[in-house]
Design a protein around this ligand. Structure first.
Ligand SMILES: Nc1ncnc2c1ncn2[C@@H]1O[C@H](COP(=O)(O)OP(=O)(O)OP(=O)(O)O)[C@@H](O)[C@H]1O
Ligand SMILES: [Mg+2]
Length: 303
């Protein structure tokens, strides 16, 4: 381990570490991160969209000075994209060169499945030697299929990958693994069992305010409070898709771009598309409902 790589020594130190990168965590999340680092276990984070699941991996890598190795999951993701691939073109070339040089078949074959001809993809790269353990982000695991989850089991429990034609590659020191899911389907218990689990919810008003202050520092304290109160009230409605933190932050930036000093019904109506992404939700909130929510949070509904 290099001397400049230090894991946080406590939950408070973890909160502080994340804050250095403007990530405002609550105590349960900081506890989960602290334990994952301390126990060298993968952290499985599930939650609503736009609530800071992916960001935590980015922030951790930045704060710890680690490389961020990201595996974006999608349907049909296979071993050759996620883990490793043999470089067939180079292997073919090697065979031809061996033939031309008159080398025996055995001699040529012996060398073909070695590191020289291997292309490391994110999972394998995360297990290869690093001065500082990298952060391996396996993002949106619920988008893959079950065979891929099964493939992950060896990586998650033993931090190793078996390459049948070559050898088993094991990490000298486990990478920091963050797995996220939007829970569009349940992830298999076998994966979850190998991880610490944390559910991220929408933030409460105090935390959302702290995040807005950090992420949209040019918005006044007054406007920031209004933004948070309005979004929190919006989340009480029965909408198809509730706004996440990313939408709150975007809305703050949009309101600044519109030179809004405080919320008024017209400005809200004009910028609803930043907060809500479904026409039915927008139609439901636009107009009288937006004015009602604004009055509810103490804004000037008749401005
Ligand atoms: N606790 C937090 N502190 C500061 N900023 C945050 C926090 N949580 C989220 N954000 C900000 O909110 C935005 C969305 O976060 P992120 O992309 O991590 O969400 P997500 O949960 O991965 O969403 P999705 O499920 O859509 O991928 C980012 O811009 C991030 O900076
Ligand atoms: Mg994400």
């Amino acid at each position: 381990m290099t001397p400049d790589f230090r894991l946080p020594a406590s939950i408070d130190a973890t909160l502080e570490l994340l804050l250095t990168r403007n990530y405002v965590a609550d105590r349960p999340l900081a506890t989960a991160v602290f334990l994952a680092l301390k126990l060298e276990r993968p952290l499985f984070i599930e939650g609503e969209p736009g609530t800071g699941k992916t960001e935590i991996a980015k922030v951790l890598a930045g704060a710890l000075g680690s490389e961020l190795i990201r595996l974006q999951c999608y349907e049909g993701l296979d071993v050759s994209s996620a883990s490793y691939e043999w470089n067939y073109a180079r292997q073919m070339l090697e065979i031809r060169l061996g033939d031309v040089a008159g080398e025996s078949r055995e001699k040529i074959a012996a060398n073909l499945f070695s590191e020289e001809f291997l292309i490391a993809r994110p999972l394998l790269r995360a297990l290869q030697p690093h001065a500082v353990p990298p952060v391996l982000l396996i993002d949106e695991l619920d988008r893959t299929d079950e065979p891929f989850e099964a493939y992950l089991l060896e990586v998650l429990s033993d931090f190793q990958i078996t390459i049948p034609e070559w050898k088993t590659v094991a990490a000298a020191r486990p990478p920091i693994v963050i797995i996220t899911s939007n829970r569009t389907r349940e992830i298999h218990d076998a994966v979850k069992r190998r991880c610490l689990y944390h559910w991220v919810d929408y933030p409460d008003a105090a935390r959302e305010f702290a995040i807005i202050r950090r992420k949209v520092p040019d918005a006044s304290e007054f406007l920031s409070r209004q933004i948070v109160a309005f979004v929190q009230a919006l989340r009480q409605l029965d909408l198809y898709k509730l706004p996440g933190l990313s939408e709150t932050i975007e809305w703050g930036r949009a309101l600044l771009a519109l030179d809004a000093l405080e919320l008024d019904p017209q400005t809200i109506d004009n910028s609803l598309g930043v907060l809500l992404k479904y026409q039915d939700d927008i139609a439901r909130v636009r107009g009288s409902e937006a004015a009602r929510l604004l009055a509810l949070i103490g804004g000037k509904a008749d401005a």
